[in-house]
Design a protein around this ligand. Sequence first.
Ligand code: 3HC
Length: 557
Amino acid sequence: MVSHINKVAVIGLGTMGAGIVEVFAKAGHEVYAVDGSTELAERGKGFVTKSLDRAVAKGKLAEADRDATLARITFTAELADLADADLVVEAVPERMEIKHLIFTALDDIVRPDAVLASNTSSLLLTEIAAGTAHPERVVGMHFFNPAPVLALVEVIETVLADPQVVTAVRELALNLGKRPVVVGDRAGFVANALLIPYLARAIALYQTGKVSREDLDNAARVGIGLPMGPLTLSDLVGLDVVREVCEVMYDATKRPSDASPALLKQLVLAGRLGRKTGRGFYDYAADAGAGAADGTGEMTAAAAVVGQGELAGQLADLLAKAGVSVTSIDDPAADVTALAGSPLVILAGGPDAGCDACGGGECATADDDADATDCACCGDDAASTWFAQVAAVLDERSVVLTTDEESEFALTGTLSAQVTVLPLRVHLPTKGGQVAEFGIPLGAASQQLAMVRATLAGAGFVPVAGPARPGVVVDALLFQHLNDAVAMVDSGYATPQDIDTAMTAGCGYPAGLFAILDELGASAVADGLLEQAAIDPSIVPSPLLLEHAATGEPFLA
Ligand code: 3HC
C-alpha cells in the first residue's frame, strides 16, 4: 500500500464532490478534480471557487490562501490524468454500473498501491470492491453535506479490505481535521441509517396534510434543537439522494417506515430535487428562508390557567406579559364558577400535593416530580376531582388546552361535548426558542385553532400544530429516531458513542441521540413510544430500550 497519501483525485464534482475537493485542497493536498466533460469540470470549478470566495467574503480565508488552494487543484475531464494519484475518491451519482465502469477503469490507470475510495451513501462497498482487480484497497470515505463544514467521515471497511488501508484512510481523515468513525458495510452505514428513516417519517407525516411544512421543521429545529428541520434538510441533501437511501434502507429492512413516501417519489419525478434545482419542499426562488406563518388569528383577550406547579406559573406569567387578562387558579379548593365563558382555559398539571384525605404529599404513589393524580391512600384521584369541577362549568364558549395525559384523562366524560379540547405540549427551550405544540382534534373550528396559535405565539412560544395523537409532532419524530439508534446498538453494528459522534459530527446535532436519551430517561421514551405504538403497530420499541427503561441504566457511562 502507498506509504503516504499526498496526491488525491476526486471524481464527480456535484455538491459533495466539489466540497470534498475543497476539503483536501485546503488541507494542502494536490488534487485532481475530475468530471465527465470539460463543461462539467468547469461547473465543478465554479462550485469550489464560489465556496472559497464566500469564505473570503466572510473573513474566514485570506485571498492569498484561496488562490493557493485553487492553485493546488487541477480540473480535468480525463481519468487518464490520475496515474500518479495516491488516493482516488469517487463521488459520482449512485448507480452501480457507473461506479463499476469508473473503478475498473481506475484499475488500469492508477498504481497498484493507490487507495480507491467511494463516497457512496447508499450502495454496498463490498459490491463496488468485488468488481475491481484489487478489492483489498477499496474502502468507503463518506463525507457529509456541506463537506467543508461537517466533521464526520464514515470510513467503511468491507470483508475484503486490507486493515492497513482502513487505518491509513482513518488517519488521513484525522489529518484533514475530520472525525472518522470506522464502520462495517451495511445499508445507510451509521448516520444515514438513522437520519434517512427520520426524514422519511417526517415527509410521510407532512404528506398527510396534518402538519404544515414550517411547523414540521420548527418541531425539529426548535422543539428538539436540531440545526435544521427535516424538510429543509431533505432539500439540502437532495430529494433524489434521500429517496435513493430510503429505497436501499427499505430493501435491507423491509420496515414500512423506511419506504420512500409517495410525495418524495413525486417530487423526484417532477425534478424538484431541493436546493440544487431551486425547488423541493420549499421554493428557494420565491420564499427562501421563509419562517413559520403564524396564521391570521387573534390572540385571546382573556384566559384561565388551572394547576399548581412551574408550568402553570410559567404559562400564566407569559400570557399576562403578552397582555392577556389571566385568571390563575392554583388551589383545588378555590371556586371555579368564574371560569364559565372563559375563551381559553389551560389545565396545566394537577395538584402538587396529595388529596385532602392524605394531607398532601403523603400518597403512596406520588413521587417528588409527579402530580398526585392517583392517590393510593384514599383511592381518590386528586386531579380528576379538581378538573371535573372545572369541566362542569365550561361550555362551547371555551377552548381547553391540557398539558398532560392526566388532565386529558380527567376530562373524559366530564365535559359537555361542545367544548373543544386540545392537547398542549410545552417543550424545553432550545437555541431556536421554545415550542408549544397543540394537537388538532377532529371537528376543531379553524378560528379556535387560529386563536390558540396566535395566543401561544403572542406569549413568546414557537407554535406547532399537529395531529391530536400521542407524541403530536416533536415526540413522534424524536422518540422513533431514538428508538432506531437503540435498535442499531442492539444489532451490534455501532456503539452509543459512535452513534453520538456520527450524529453530532455528521448532522450537526447539538447533542448525540444517546445523550438526549439519557437526559430524557429511557423509561419516559419507552412509555411515549408505547403510547405511539398503541395507535401505530409499525412502531416497535427496541427490546434494549425496554431493558434500560426497566433497570434505569443509562446508555452512556
Ligand atoms: N460550504 C461551506 N461552508 C458552508 C456551507 C457550504 N455549503 N454552508 C454553510 N457553510 C458555513 C457557513 O459559511 C458558516 O460558517 P461560519 O459560521 O464560520 O460563518 C457555517 O457553515 C454555518 O452556516 P450558516 O450560518 O449559513 O447556517 P447554519 O448555522 O444554519 O449552518 C449548516 C448551516 C452547517 C448546514 C447547519 O445547518 C447544519 O449542520 N445542518 C445539518 C446538515 C446535515 O445534517 N448534513 C448531513 C446530511 S446527510 C449527508 O450529507 C449524507 C449523504 O450521504 C446523504
